[in-house]
Write a protein that binds this ligand. Sequence first.
Ligand code: FPP
Length: 234
Amino acid sequence: MRGVIDGAALPKHVAIIMDGNGRWAQRRFLNRKAGHAAGAEALKKLTREAEKLGIEYMTVYAFSTENWKRSREEVNDIMDLIRKYIQQYIDDSENNQARVFVIGRRDRVPEDIVRKIENLERVTEDKQGIKLIIALDYGGRDEMIRAVKKLCSRAKDEEITESLFESFLDTSRFPDPELLIRTSGETRVSNFLLWQLAYAEFHFTDKLWPDFNINDLKDAIRRFQDRERRFGGR
Ligand code: FPP
């Protein structure tokens, strides 16, 4: 798709379902782990480029509450990659401006990863670049149930409003995404940010996640801006 991006009308927050790592590997006669590793590299690169473009928030679906159903080997491989990726981010934080947050459950991911996440959130807390939000052991329904439980125990006498409910979600510190991208030709939302995507534009592409690059992101943004222009800003 041609045309330039309007830098003044960028989506502030882009959410991404990074799908297709397995098929990317299969097409190259590689194992699934190699596909996830290529996916992690694609994410690193895209984060830097999205930051340069001026995107303020990017939330990515790294591991869903349903992903535990995959083989033990694949779950371990993904956890290993996440461990490695977080450690690299910590080691390289001086050369990086991204501030990283992790949303989702923390009671089922390996303990050492939880420690690393806490460390990563701490070492990047003064960073002024893009806010990268990694959804790990995350599911929208699970998040809402956890929010309701907190709300019931802490806000007994308050009137229940959307903003009160939102304050108990994992994402309470972030604005809602205006644009959701899903790669690999799938067109489901798969329990991702169910509350937060209420008004988002959805963009689906056949590209497999490891092949998704900054030009694809720009393409998604152009289409987003085109639709916003046609339907009038909200
Ligand atoms: C979907 O592809 C991808 C995942 C379930 C995991 C996403 C993980 C990464 C991009 C790498 C690790 C993340 C970080 C933050 C380092 P799929 O396996 O469902 O692909 P398929 O549908 O082609 O099999």
